[in-house]
Design a protein around this ligand. Structure first.
Ligand code: FES
Ligand code: MG
Length: 572
């Protein structure tokens, strides 16, 4: 390899600074390590506090071997790690921090290319945002889902069954003791959640974008083929540097169209909408909320996975995997979209087969004829809101009801089970103050638990509306990402209990039936405003001052776009 590398800016030459850069890095590596060999960072989100990613050090070991074998030098770069279940107030608050830190560290160091190791929900989006903005040759290795757990002979789906079982307890149909017993069966192995939650979705969506070696995403975390593919990805990363294949060279509008088609066909998480918008923003690609509806709405649902269906990620892999799904919708994919290998995504579909049509439905017998995410507009969501009809109850997709409004999650928890709360099955539960700015960080709280008294009557779904997000593992007739959020002056801030709200998913409308003049004259109450976050310092302060709304991806305004990989001034 003779062409000049970015890392040569550090290592080449005989001056004092080149001496310093090499000397401190030597530690047993030979002189040849600094002579034109691509320096490949392995941006690794392994952490004991991110249990879904805890195995990534082993995956990184396979990447290292591949990099070294292909003539590169592998370099572990620990990245900010975000564990969905632990991090407060929500991992989403820190996605942009993880993206910014990774971007800056890649730029600041002698790195020629990067392998991105992620798994748990926010980790792949954050790494991809970083890679898009630094625009160094980059490839993702998704850490893979965990194996199916079982409880009393039936599979347990991560997340989805927590929501389901906890509602059963509240409805009185499952004992506290059995609920506790199921806890140790929930997580059977290493890996991320095994439902079609955000982690699974973003791994597959990253492959649809072209950022993963085709056929790898969805490989279960304990499967030895994951390590083999990680090894192959390490080799590929060295090739990427040689051919200067940067994200900006193959991530195009066509890639995003393919990602939206894939998102619908797999019945993926609503969170993918914010993440894809943010990634597109980093690349300068003009992706809009409306594109999800326009491109995805008529795509059939083919994957029968929880939360919309029955099976889990291990089953999807066994049934033929993601490429078998894509093959069914091949005519909807853009054949020009390239992958990180340099070949088009569609060129990988010829050999894909469905081995179990119960898990992956063939195109002529889809689970739903039209599965995409619907984008709603109206007087309650002037900037838009979304709903996933596949996870909703058909009878509620057109609904008119009176609002029961909560100013915060705490307010909701304090009152929802009050026997005197005026609520019935036709009510519309409204939770505000949960947007990017208001919470802060747009937490996954929109799938509000139903009032106990209604659960006891057998009610299992109600229309719920929120400016926050919903876990990708959750289900229900939930209108999410209402924009502008209440804390940014959206009409959600002035909805009052008793107001009529009408939802019409077919017409893509979400309206507050209050005359415009009255709406304009209303002010948010003291209690509403007190529910909004007002951080004084640190990241939270920076975040609330600069975060954009959900309809543009909830990135920070000054992180949109790319700064590239330009080498900065010398440090000594
Ligand atoms: Fe990590 Fe679900 S908690 S993927
Ligand atoms: Mg999640």
């Amino acid at each position: 390899m003779t062409s000049r590398l970015r890392s040569d800016e550090w290592y080449a030459g005989d001056d004092r600074n080149a001496y310093i850069h090499r000397a401190w890095m030597r530690r047993g590596v030979p002189q040849s390590a600094f002579e034109g060999r691509p320096q490949i960072a392995i941006a690794n989100t392994a952490s004991d506090l991110t249990p879904c990613n805890a195995h990534l050090d082993e995956v990184g070991g396979s990447v290292r071997n591949g990099v070294y074998e292909a003539g590169g030098i592998p370099l572990d770069l620990p990245a900010v790690s975000l564990g969905e279940t632990l991090v407060r107030p929500t991992a989403m608050l820190w996605r942009n921090l993880a993206a910014m830190a990774t971007e800056e560290m890649l730029r600041a160091n002698p790195v020629d290319g990067v392998v991105l190791l992620g798994g748990c929900d926010k980790t792949i989006p954050a790494l991809v945002m970083a890679a898009a903005s630094v625009d160094l040759p980059a490839v993702v290795v998704p850490g893979g889902p965990m194996l199916n757990g079982t409880f009393r002979g039936v599979p347990l789906g991560c997340g989805t069954d927590v929501w389901r079982l906890s509602e059963e307890v509240r409805a009185g149909t499952l004992s506290e003791r059995d609920f506790r017993r199921s806890e140790s069966s929930m997580i059977r192995s290493r890996g991320h959640c095994n439902t079609m939650g955000t982690a699974s979705t973003m791994a597959l969506v990253a492959e649809a974008l072209g950022l993963v070696m085709p056929g790898l995403a969805g490989t279960p975390a304990p499967d030895s083929r994951l390590l083999e593919a990680a090894h192959g990805t390490g080799r590929l990363a060295v090739e990427l540097v040689a051919s200067d294949r940067r994200p900006s060279t193959f991530l195009t509008e066509a890639s995003f169209r393919n990602a939206i088609v894939a998102l619908a066909a797999i019945g993926g998480s609503t969170n993918a909408v914010v993440h894809l918008l943010a990634i597109a923003g980093r690349l300068g690609i003009d992706l809009e909320l409306a594109d999800f509806d326009r491109i995805g709405a008529e795509v059939p649902l083919l994957v029968n996975l929880q939360p919309a269906g029955r099976f889990l990620m291990e089953d999807l892999h066994r049934a033929g995997g993601f490429l078998a799904v894509l093959r069914e919708v091949r005519d909807l994919l853009d054949p020009t979209a390239l992958t990180v290998t340099g070949h088009p995504l569609v060129s990988y579909l010829d050999d894909a087969r469905i081995w179990d049509p119960e898990v992956i439905a063939p195109r002529d017998a889809p689970l739903l004829p039209a599965a995409g995410i619907s984008v709603l507009h109206g007087s309650l969501a002037p900037g838009g809101a979304i709903i996933k009809p596949a996870a909703a109850s058909p009878h509620l997709l057109q609904h008119r009801g009176r609002a029961v409004v909560f100013d915060s999650v705490e307010d909701f928890r304090a009152r929802i089970d009050d026997p005197d709360l005026e609520v019935d099955a036709s009510s519309v539960l409204v939770l505000r103050g949960c947007g990017p700015r208001g919470y802060p960080g747009m937490p996954e709280v929109a799938n509000l638990p139903l009032p106990r008294k209604l659960l006891e009557q057998g009610v299992r779904d109600m229309v719920r509306i929120c400016d926050g997000r919903m876990s990708g593992t959750a289900y229900g007739t939930v209108v999410l990402h209402v924009t502008p959020e209440a804390a940014a002056g959206g009409p959600l801030a002035v909805v009052r209990t008793g107001d009529w709200i009408s939802l019409d998913v077919r017409a893509r409308r979400l309206d507050l039936e209050v005359p415009a003049e009255e709406l304009a004259a209303r002010e948010p109450s003291r209690a509403t405003v007190d529910g909004f976050a007002s951080p004084r310092r640190g990241w939270e302060r920076l975040y609330v001052d600069h975060v954009m709304q959900a309809d543009t991806g909830a990135d920070l305004d000054f992180l949109v776009g790319a700064s590239g990989s330009e080498v900065s001034r010398e440090s000594h």
